[in-house]
Design a protein around this ligand. Structure first.
Ligand code: NOJ
Ligand code: CA
Length: 711
């Protein structure tokens, strides 16, 4: 490890700033290393711990209370006193095994405040606050104590009092899925309840007017804020209940009807970090490393069994209805396809897999995902009892597992396993060990998991503590077998990839698949320019870009991808993931028997980065990102826009001094438009250097991708 570690721990007197109002005495404060961000804390008249946040002297989170409700206990968070305070600082650099950048700077000031109730049966907890230049996190630590042992948490009431009616990009606080579209509205207009009962979501539960995190905002003065959580471990996911009158958000944890509460906890425990990223530009949010920094260092050791890669898959063809996951023909797995055909068009055949392997090998693509390889898909969605429909071992008779594995090996392609659990985690936990051994015996190092449907048993939700623990167990058990996980229908990313780097990627958003079949027409052009500043702040995304046959009318006429072809290329740079799918069908990348000229970008683009820089962007509108390939001097740039046509200036001043590069620019062609003319593209090659600037036209729903090869 090249990282240098320097921990300067010191205990010093807590600053007394006394920004007091009549009721609340804000006594202790801690600021970011650059001094811009300050967290002030204290106790209000009721003896409730409170905090407030300022940025460059202006309040950005007003006085906000914290507190907890436990079953069969008094409310915790009143009549408390401060019994101790200590401070420390951290200044280290750590190395990611793969990531948006190789080296991560982790520099913060920490303040730990110990609170105790007054009286005989006093309970206690500490608040630990870490303030970075790019944001802050705080968590509650419950030490071992006499009057709390095993507790059932009914709710955590951490408040975030906003200072105005900010512009917000939000997802409803769904306990089961993050696959809704983002809405951009004023805070006072948030209406999550109206998002209930989406026709394309089989599992959704939105009990409150709450939002999921990350939730990103822009204040009237142009500051960008994003609220989320870090290190979600043995706790339930946090949604934020909104009070549209007072602009206050309060944590609302995902519950469990089986539990009759939110989380079952044994003292001592720590809550996840409650986080706030702060940026003066929208791009600052993307460049922030706050979420990973608030997680513990790698605990699983060597992860070289996984290599970042691009992969093809027997996948999109099922989503657009060319083929099916099942071979029985008893049901068309794609319930949303126009006129379900009710006949077997099994996609995962030996022959088809070999066809994809040939395509991958010919184009330097290292991975192949095969969905629908194992029996059970005929029972998958329509059955009332989905428990145990898959065993992750038995291939369909028309899929010669051994022959495919041998052919892939011969061609230098790695096969990625697929485990659709049908949201039956208990069965999966029973089968996991055998299934992972089977993978390793066959040279497979990564698996895409899936949790489609309502969780079995009833009363549990995808984002509750029980499932948080399941997803965690999958990571740790897989790590023991040297297996990497790409989870679909996952729990949100909270930076645990630092501790468990085998958490390579995940879905947890409306992916490309919605463009294939969603009855609402799929993801509108503003979707990805929003995702980059919201979902992507939490971690890598398996979005599955690269569709060239944008309209796929030969398969479906009512759906299409709502971007231009050039934007599909740009996504390989804009959306970070150490695995990037080359999602379209091999035949869709061919033009008159030749590979599509724009495919060269997909061949060239890297998947692992030395550094990443956001060149420009505005939440929901557009974003331009430059990334330097790890272990190389080459750079790649991606730009995407929503509905708005743009003339985007790109300055190459991020390039090193005194070097020239061959730039190949893949951009929207004359008259390109995401709906009217999505496949018009142009390719231009030029020599560039640090002082070069170009202006590139982005069509509506368009974008551009640039490869910069060092001369
Ligand atoms: C939903 C996943 O997001 C998708 O990628 C997968 O093909 C299906 N489930 C089947 O597992
Ligand atoms: Ca999904």
């Amino acid at each position: 490890m090249k990282s240098t570690m320097r921990l300067l721990a010191m205990i010093f007197a807590v600053a007394i700033v006394s920004i007091s109002c009549s009721e609340t005495e804000l006594q202790s404060s801690v600021s970011s290393p650059d001094g811009n961000l300050v967290v002030n804390t204290g106790l209000n008249a009721a003896g409730t711990p409170v905090y407030a946040v300022t940025f460059k002297g202006k309040t950005i989170v007003d006085t906000s209370a914290v507190g907890f409700e436990f079953k069969d206990m008094e409310y915790l968070g009143r009549n408390m006193t401060l019994t101790g305070a200590s401070s420390s600082t951290m200044d280290e650099t750590w190395e990611m095994p793969w990531g948006e950048q190789r080296l991560v700077q982790n520099t913060y000031n920490e303040l730990k405040l110990d609170y105790s109730e007054q009286g005989d049966a006093a309970r206690k907890f500490s608040i630990v606050i870490r303030v970075y230049d790019d944001g802050l996190g705080f968590r509650f630590e419950f030490p071992e104590q006499e009057h709390m042992k095993e507790v059932l948490l009914l709710d955590e009431n951490t408040e975030f009092a906003l200072t105005g009616d900010h512009k917000v990009w939000w997802l409803p606080g769904d306990w089961d899925i993050y696959e809704q579209l983002y809405t951009n509205s004023k805070f006072s207009e948030i209406d999550a309840i109206s998002m209930r009962d989406h026709p394309a979501l089989v599992a959704t539960y939105i009990p409150e007017n709450a939002v999921n995190t990350p939730v990103t905002m822009k204040t009237d003065s142009g500051l960008y804020l994003s609220f989320h959580e870090a290190d979600l471990t043995n706790y339930s996911g946090m949604t934020l209940k909104v009070d549209t009158q007072t602009y206050k958000m309060t944590s609302e944890l995902v519950g469990s009807e089986r539990l009759g509460g939110k989380a079952k906890l044994t003292v001592p425990f720590n809550t996840p970090w409650r986080t706030l990223q702060v940026g003066e530009s929208a791009g600052d949010l993307i460049e922030s490393n706050l979420i990973v920094n608030l997680n513990e260092p790698n605990e699983i050791g060597d992860v070289s069994y996984f290599t970042p890669m691009k992969y093809v898959g027997i996948w999109w063809e099922m989503h657009i209805g060319k083929s099916t996951w099942d071979m029985e023909g008893s049901q068309d797995m794609n319930t949303y396809i126009e006129g379900a055909k009710n006949s077997s068009r099994h996609g995962a055949t030996t022959e088809n897999a070999m066809r994809y392997i040939d395509f991958a090998a010919a184009n330097g693509i290292k991975g192949l995902l095969v969905e629908g390889w194992n029996t059970g898909w005929d029972q998958w969605i329509n059955t009332t009892d989905r428990e145990g429909v898959f065993d992750f071992m038995t291939p369909y008779p028309d899929y010669d597992f051994d022959a495919v594995m041998a052919y892939a090996k011969e061609k230098g392609v790695e096969v990625i396993m697929h485990h659709e659990t049908s949201a039956a985690p208990r069965t999966y936990e029973k089968q996991m060990e055998v299934a992972y051994n089977f993978m390793k015996e066959n040279g497979m190092n990564s698996v895409k998991t899936g949790y489609v449907g309502k969780i079995i048993p009833e009363g549990e939700y995808h984002h509750g503590q029980w499932m948080v623990n399941h997803y965690h167990k999958v990571l740790t058990e897989a790590a023991k077998k040297k297996i990497a996980i790409n989870a679909h229908e996952p729990i949100k990313a909270t930076g645990k990839r630092r501790t468990y780097p085998n958490a390579i990627s995940r879905e947890g958003l409306r992916g490309q698949e919605f463009n294939a079949w969603s009855p609402d027409g799929g993801n509108p052009p503003s979707h990805l320019p929003t995702v980059a500043f919201t979902r992507m702040l939490s971690g890598p995304i398996d979005f599955t870009p690269g569709v060239f046959n944008i309209k796929f009318d030969e398969y479906m006429t009512s759906n299409q991808v709502n971007t231009t072809l050039a934007q599909q290329l740009a996504l390989y740079v804009v959306i970070y993931s150490p695995i990037q799918m080359v999602a379209d069908l091999p035949e869709h990348y061919m033009v008159n028997g030749e590979i599509h000229p724009a495919f060269q970008f997909i061949r060239d683009v890297a998947v692992d980065w030395e550094q990443s820089i956001v060149l420009d962007g505005e939440v929901g509108d557009f974003v331009v990102i430059a990334r330097q390939e790890k272990g190389s001097e080459n750079w790649f740039v991606g730009g995407i826009t929503g509905e708005t046509v743009r003339a985007q200036e790109v300055s190459f001043d991020f390039l090193p001094e005194g070097k020239t590069y061959t730039a190949t620019i893949y951009k929207d062609g004359e008259g390109a438009h995401w709906n009217d003319n999505p496949t018009a593209y142009a390719i231009e090659t030029m020599e560039v250097a640090k002082d070069t600037k170009v202006t590139i036209a982005m069509a509506a729903g368009g974008g551009f991708a640039i490869s910069l090869m060092a001369n």
